[in-house]
Design a protein around this ligand. Sequence first.
Ligand SMILES: [Zn+2]
Length: 102
Amino acid sequence: MSTFCHACGMPLTKKEDFAGANEQMDFCLHCADGDGNVHSCEAIFEGGVQFFIGAMGADRALAERVTRKNMKGLPHWLGNESDCLQGEEATDDEFAKVLGKL
Ligand SMILES: [Zn+2]
């Protein structure tokens, strides 16, 4: 059983956090449907950007760089050459600072 979503990194702490409320899933309810079909990289990326803007008042450029770095380190995207993850990434310092604010 996964403890975090393999596509967006969200902690999976209770049954309702899982796609389809199915604890066998490696994905959260935001990233996959009840059959385990994971949404597009673009859709999940945009969700991450909105999350970081809302959670910490980041400007869009920073939120994009942080989301890109976050997603690129997750199992679902490793070795999965998605165009939307190409581009500038947050530095380790920026990333740590952002996570510290959550
Ligand atoms: Zn997710």
